[in-house]
Design a protein around this ligand. Structure first.
Ligand code: RI2
Length: 311
């Protein structure tokens, strides 16, 4: 697949999932570097920068995409000889892809310990990190009853019940609006994340925050499973997370509603840190208040401000 095809696939959600879009973007840049045949100074750099912009423009919310692309460029510069740049970009991309896969496995092993024998676990959307926790707990011999929300409008819940069934579980699916009704029968909620802000707020699939609210009310632990590259250095610089809004055709078909009806289709929402009991990462289980530390330690963003500069 060309870089353009991958960017298009991410935009159309043929390629989806916060970690997967990051890996595929890294793969696209790797391919671009590998296919480069010229040796004009600066040319490969320009090609890669254009590719990077195109990939970053494909979906705005998940910071995993941004972090993934940044890590591909780690240690590179416009002045590098093309061969050196090519090798570095390819190595960085390989390292990111394998580290990100490993992270999902570690999250499963760490998170599994938070699931007890007989737990009824609710998840939302289709997060490979959250599923890794649920499936690992099941593999560890615990009796796990898994519940999945449908996750309108894309119905990623169908993917989730398929993933759970393939792992040997017998999942139950409910419509999104049943979340509060269901909470009386749930012992723990585990969801994924697209972005975690420096204050510990979690941006995830639309509907996550109302599930968190219902869990909070019912005193059901609410866990987030997320690789460290889902934490956002950009929010440390004060940037707000852009919540993607997609086309209304994903929600209603033509002619289903009267002419002039406004259909909103926000894709993500923000769950405040107060509603989150723990975030399960590949470097351990942390409270949402540790988000700043994760960004500094794991993503290396400690020197964000020039202290001599006037603000
Ligand atoms: P993993 C998805 O976004 C969901 O919001 C899911 O919770 C999140 O990415 C994380 O998924 P979308 O691409 O990286 O379906 O854990 O919009 O697989």
């Amino acid at each position: 697949m060309s870089l353009r095809d991958i960017a298009d696939g991410i935009r159309s959600m043929e390629i989806r999932g916060a970690a997967e879009i990051a890996r595929r973007a890294a793969e696209a840049l790797r391919q671009e570097a590998m296919d480069y045949k010229g040796d004009r100074p600066g040319e490969l750099w320009d090609v890669l920068q254009r590719g990077k912009e195109e990939l970053l423009a494909s979906r705005p919310t998940a910071v995993s995409l941004w972090n993934g692309v940044q890590s591909v460029f780690k240690g590179t510069s416009a002045q590098m000889a093309s061969e050196e740049l090519r090798v570095m970009v390819m190595d960085n991309a390989d390292a990111f892809i394998s580290r990100s896969r490993q992270a999902v496995e570690i999250i499963g092993k760490v998170g599994s310990k938070r699931i007890r024998d007989g737990d009824r676990v609710l998840t939302h959307c289709n997060s490979k990190a959250a599923l890794s926790v649920i499936i690992q707990a099941f593999k560890d011999g615990k009796r796990v009853e898994a519940y999945a929300t449908e996750s309108r409008p894309w119905r990623q819940g169908l993917l989730t019940v398929r993933d759970l069934s393939a792992a040997g579980l017998r999942p139950t699916m409910v419509v999104d609006s049943a979340a509060r009704w269901l909470m009386k029968d749930i012992d723990v909620v585990v969801v994924g994340a697209d972005t975690i802000c420096s204050n510990g707020a979690v941006i995830n699939k639309i509907g996550t925050s109302q599930i968190a609210l219902a869990a909070h009310e019912a005193r059901v632990p609410f866990l987030v499973a997320a690789e460290t590259f889902k934490f956002s250095p950009k929010t440390m610089y004060g940037e707000l997370v852009e919540i993607e809004e997609r086309d209304s055709s994903e929600v209603v078909r033509k002619g289903e509603v009267p002419e002039g009806t406004r259909i909103l289709n926000p894709v993500f929402d923000a769950t405040p840190p107060e509603y989150i009991d723990a975030i399960i990462t590949e470097v351990g289980v942390v409270p949402p208040s540790a988000a700043y530390e994760i960004i500094v330690k794991e993503l290396g963003h400690e020197f964000i401000f020039d202290r001599n500069e006037k603000w």
